[in-house]
Design a protein around this ligand. Structure first.
Ligand code: FES
Length: 280
């Protein structure tokens, strides 16, 4: 068997004997994360235009779902609803956005995801920036000590992520029911399909492809067992999760940016910049 002698530490930070373009991947990951962080922070602090009700539609941005506060009246434009008041427990000196109470759950899930950890440890903490490349720190405490020990909460964040998929699937279902244009929000609805309906429905599907390939779920459905062949249902579930797990990185990126795109679509329709295409 051939071997290769690559020292783990070869001098200072960034020094290596690698001759490939090892720095490209962490650099791309860095900017992709940065783009999402900038957009999602902007969307959170907008605290408006997250619910499109124009043309009888009912599209809610996934960053503001479920609707936690009492909804305000339909705005003069007829395209969106006014944000409701902040809950009584919210400190007055902090600007309120319902998304702040919601995003903590999906963000905790993503932040502690095994794939994301590997990616942002390299791209953001540079620890190490890539395999066989000199590290900026001499001491490594791992995930057995604070603060990284909290990453072990991932399996609990998974339960919340599954609940959110159900909530977003319900939003997709609601997006298929329209009132007559200009009618009151509580008036009877009829079945219809807008481009926004399709966009909202695809969102929980992509999130499912990411979430149901989770390493923690894989362990839960069968990974902790020594023998799986004695239970065919468990074996099928395990194989299914394992199949999704092989593409976990791909679904992680696609589903993350798609959530941002759905928010953008709802926001653009609500502000009148884009017009929702009615298909049925
Ligand atoms: S390991 Fe990525 S979602 Fe659980």
């Amino acid at each position: 068997m051939s071997t290769i002698d690559v020292p783990l530490k070869n001098g200072g930070f960034g020094s290596t004997r690698r001759t490939d373009n090892w720095w490209i991947e962490p650099l791309v990951v860095f900017f992709c994360y940065l783009a999402f962080i900038v957009y999602s922070n902007w969307a959170v602090f907008q605290a408006k235009d997250y619910h499109y009700v124009g043309n009888g539609a009912d599209y809610l941005s996934p960053m503001y779902s479920p609707m936690l506060t009492e909804e305000g009246p339909v705005a003069a434009s007829g395209l969106t609803t006014a944000p409701g008041p902040a809950p009584s427990f919210w400190p007055r000196f902090i600007p309120f956005s319902p998304a702040m109470l919601i995003l903590v759950f999906p963000l905790a899930f993503r932040f502690s995801c095994y794939y994301y950890r590997g990616a942002y440890y390299k791209a953001w903490w540079l620890d190490p920036v890539s395999c066989a490349v000199g590290e900026p720190r001499k001491k490594y405490l791992g995930e057995k000590y604070f603060p990284l020990i909290v990453q072990n909460l991932h399996r609990y964040a998974l339960y919340f992520a599954i609940i959110f998929i159900a909530l977003l699937a319900y939003d997709g279902w609601k997006s298929l029911w329209f009132t007559a244009p200009g009618a009151d929000l509580d008036s009877p609805r009829h079945f219809g399909v807008g481009l926004g309906s399709l966009i909202l429905i695809l969102n929980p599907i992509l999130l499912s492809l990411y979430t149901f390939g989770c390493h923690s779920l894989r362990h839960l459905v069968g990974g902790r067992k020594d023998v799986m062949s004695d239970n065919s249902t468990r074996k099928k579930c395990y194989d299914c999760v394992s199949g999704l797990n092989k593409k976990h990185m791909m679904w992680a990126w696609i589903s993350m940016f798609y959530v941002g795109f759905v928010d953008l679509y709802v926001r653009m329709c609500s502000s009148g910049a884009w017009h929702d295409l009615r298909i049925l």
